[in-house]
Design a protein around this ligand. Structure first.
Ligand SMILES: *Cc1c(COP(=O)(O)O)cnc(C)c1O
Length: 455
């Protein structure tokens, strides 16, 4: 018998993780035990309500996910039917988002909304430049207009791809992009206006119709036609099911591209986004590469290459499994649970609602002025003791003086759990009322500041 066989599991698992690349092997059980135990104190993803990312899937979906893990999605020559599930999902999303029937749907599965946003941003940059050059105009100063409520990906896009940021600041009480100050930001070098469906701070939608109408009037006045991109990372899988009459999508003629996160309300585990263009021709052909690297010739127009097929197959499964009817029921229940939780907390008299017009299941609250002994950060810290993770943050410029406590109510959070959470928040407030809090908002480093008016 080897020495290893005589060891109890307790001894086998009692290894140290070396500083340098390990020189020896260890048993599979020992390695697995080490990896697991190192993550023991990480948060429980189910209780992480600061995240929008899916943390539950049916066993059948998990099986599909596992099956797809070893199939390289970048190899459509070997896995043509796997690749075709992406094409079907793109067509379905184009239909779900009311793309014109006579258009040729085009789009892509991406690693997340981030990659999707980058691709959409690039398409608009290319289209803008092409049009400017064709007209013999200067094409060296592209800018993009969006609100101070944008997710970090757009700031990355602007920096990485050298597009001038024109970010309209928020103000206390208004956390969305409206048409109010567009005349100070939009000009002939604007590649597109990005508006959000289901923003990360308050869950609200930007004022799409108003922005759209403003851009129509701007075109009438100047002859300059500016497209819109909708960042539907969260809203893309909520709006179509809960508010079918609400025009946030391709029904607005200026909306040329939309992204959504499959791993948020698309109900797939982390690692999936979607970008869909109104028509094939919106995605500039100049950005498409044709490769014959892994067998046959294939078009590729994404920022990364190899990845597992697991998430795309899981999305395909979810859409087949749930359909409009299933997604509608899930989203309705989730929004009802969010409303329940919000009402419970507002009834305490300690909180005010930040998002009157919110459409996705996000509870965004700020403490009432009467609360002086503690702040939103203290509450977040206190409920962490019971395992809950709630985001507390100060709002982006120029609403920094407003703190927010945000709870993303995802479909797995049932009414019973929402009830337990509400009691835990109330208990935290009672404790803090007696003992006081001492949390201070963290300083954030933002390499792209909100633009001053008229850049
Ligand atoms: C989450 C989110 C993103 C980034 O999406 P990932 O899928 O995490 O890459 C972009 N925009 C908005 C509005 C989001 O909510």
């Amino acid at each position: 018998m080897s020495e290893n066989h005589q060891k109890t599991p307790y001894e086998q698992f009692n290894a140290e993780v070396p500083e340098n690349f390990p020189s020896e092997s260890m048993s599979a059980r020992a390695a697995a035990a080490l990896v697991r135990s190192e993550c023991w104190t990480d948060a429980n993803p189910m209780l992480n309500l600061s995240s929008f990312v899916t943390t539950f899937m049916e066993p059948e979906a998990l099986e599909i996910f596992k099956d797809g893990s070893f199939r390289n999605f970048a190899d459509p020559d070997m896995y043509p039917h796997t690749k075709d599930t992406e094409n079907k999902c793109v067509r379905w999303l184009h239909d779900l988002w009311n793309g014109p029937k006579d258009a040729e749907p085009y789009g892509s599965a991406t690693i997340g909304s981030s990659e999707a946003c980058m691709l959409a941003g690039l398409a608009h940059k290319w289209n803008w430049r092409e049009a400017r050059e064709k007209a013999g105009l200067d094409a060296s100063k592209p800018n993009m207009v969006t609100g101070g409520n944008v997710q970090i990906v757009w700031k990355k896009f602007l920096k990485y791809f050298d597009v001038e940021p024109r970010i309209v600041p928020l103000k206390p009480g208004n956390y969305i992009l409206t048409a109010e100050h567009l005349d100070e930001y939009v000009d002939e070098n604007t590649i597109c206006v990005v508006a959000i469906a289901g923003q990360t701070f308050t869950g609200e939608d930007d004022a799409f119709q108003e922005i759209h109408d403003w851009l129509d009037a701007y075109e009438e006045k100047t002859g300059i036609s500016i497209p819109m991109h909708i960042d539907g990372a969260s809203g893309g899988f909520v709006n179509p099911f809960l508010y079918p009459e609400y025009k946030w999508d391709f029904r607005l003629p200026r909306v040329q591209s939309i992204n959504a996160s499959g791993h948020k309300f698309g109900l797939v585990p982390p690692g999936l986004g979607w970008v869909v263009f109104k028509d094939r021709k919106v995605f500039n052909e100049d950005l498409v590469f044709y490769v014959n690297y892994l067998g046959g010739e294939a078009a590729t127009a994404t920022l990364n290459f190899s990845k597992s097929s697991a998430t795309v197959l899981a999305q395909y499964y979810n859409i087949l499994r749930l359909g409009r009817e299933g997604y509608t029921r899930i989203m309705k229940q989730t929004v009802e649970n969010a409303e329940y939780l919000r009402e419970r907390l507002v009834k305490t008299g300690k909180f005010k609602i930040m998002n009157e017009t919110q459409r996705i299941p996000v509870v965004a609250l700020t403490l009432d002025e009467s609360i002086t002994k503690y702040n939103e950060f203290d509450i977040s810290n206190k409920v962490r003791e019971r395992g809950w993770i709630l985001s507390a943050y100060s709002m982006p410029p120029n609403a920094q003086e407003v703190n927010s406590l945000r709870i993303v109510v995802r479909p797995h959070l049932n009414r019973d759990a929402a009830e337990i959470l509400a009691s835990d928040i109330e208990r935290a407030c009672e404790f803090l009322e007696i003992h006081g809090g001492n949390a201070t908002p963290p300083e954030l480093h933002d390499p792209l500041k909100t633009s001053p008016a008229k850049c």
